[in-house]
Design a protein around this ligand. Structure first.
Ligand code: 3EB
Length: 331
């Protein structure tokens, strides 16, 4: 097996292939696990820095997401930040308390500021993909919606960190109370390639009606290893507008069209397969069975994890993110 991923010294770090993402029911934390996400309700204290509890209840599918890499993983903590590294990749997570940091805006500013300072000192400093989970995401009217405060703090906390382009991202509302902001990321030794969706206005160019500070993310990233597309939260948005308000299956169809457009735009093979895991965020639990049945028909064999979470626009009923690998695994 080719070992292109040892750390020779700090600026010669390389990664040989993308982290492999899967959903499992009762995983063991092998030495090559970079991160494990337990989607099952309330976060609790965890010894292992690689394990993150996310308060989104599973509605269907195996509820632990595992990232494995080629090589042994080391991990540690620094304040409210924890990290793990291996195979050329860096996982980093930060949990901020809005009560201490000043609401969703202050917590986002703190999280992104802390992460950028930490990442700037690491050999794997190039962020490929980001996730954000906050409580009560749609609470508040107009510019006062909590998501919009989060967007403002996020942009300020980012500063000029992403001057050459924003990474792919997801932002979802969890149900564990309003004070916890969780941000986690995957970074690598060189920049990924950002991908936009020709059917959609780029998020950072959304018009004023969506808030005073537009969301700062790109639609997908081809990882720096070139062998996987990390797909941002994708929903029923055409141009900048929500399509099919109130129609859950029509929103699902439109979301799948957007996912297909992203694969084409990123130069990935058409369609999703058994190695292309997708997470489906569902606003209303009672829609889960309908969405699940439709997806089993439309995407047979694709690993699916349905989670109960709020989408950042109140009129969106679902959102999908995930991974598309370029070729069959050689492991
Ligand atoms: C959209 O297309 C849906 O704020 O980081 C999707 C993915 C969405 C990421 C974010 C928001 C974010 O605008 C919303």
């Amino acid at each position: 097996m080719v070992q292109g991923c040892e750390k020779l010294h700090a600026n010669q770090l390389t990664a040989s292939r993308a982290p492999q993402v899967s959903y499992q029911s009762s995983p063991t934390l092998a030495a090559n696990v970079l991160a494990a996400f337990r989607f099952h309700g309330a976060p609790c204290a965890q010894e292992d820095a690689r394990v993150l509890d996310v308060a989104l209840a599973p509605l269907a599918g195996d509820a632990t997401e595992i990232w494995t890499v080629d090589g042994e993983v080391t991990s540690g903590r620094e304040g409210d930040l924890r990290w793990s590294r291996g195979g050329g990749w860096l996982f980093c997570a930060l949990e901020a308390d809005e009560r201490i940091q000043g609401g969703p805006e202050g917590a986002a500013r703190h999280a992104y500021g802390t992460l950028s300072r930490f990442l700037g000192q690491q050999p794997e400093r190039h962020v490929q993909r980001l996730w954000n989970y906050l409580g009560g995401i749609n609470r508040g009217e107009g510019d006062d919606e909590r998501y919009k405060h989060f967007c403002h703090g996020r942009a300020e906390g980012m500063g000029d960190w992403f001057a050459s382009g924003f990474p792919a991202a997801t932002a979802i509302g969890h149900h564990a109370g309003e004070h916890l902001l969780q941000v986690y990321l995957l970074a690598g030794p060189s920049p990924g390639r950002r991908v936009e969706n020709p059917r959609q206005v780029s998020a950072w160019e959304y018009p004023r009606q969506y808030g005073r500070t537009p969301p700062t993310f790109s639609r997908a990233t081809v990882l720096c290893t070139g062998d996987a597309l990390a797909i941002s939260g994708t929903a029923s948005v055409i141009g900048h507008a929500t399509a099919h308000e109130g129609e859950v299956l029509a929103q699902l169809d439109e979301t799948l069209r957007n996912l297909d457009a992203l694969l084409a735009s990123g130069g990935l093979p058409e369609g999703f397969d058994s190695r292309s895991p997708l997470k489906v965020y569902v606003r209303h639990g009672e829609h889960a069975a309908l969405i699940h049945q439709a997806l089993l028909r439309r995407l047979p064999g694709v690993p699916l994890l349905l989670l109960h979470g709020d989408i950042c626009r109140a009129d969106l009923l679902l959102e999908i993110d995930g991974w598309r690998y370029a070729a069959a695994s050689t492991a």
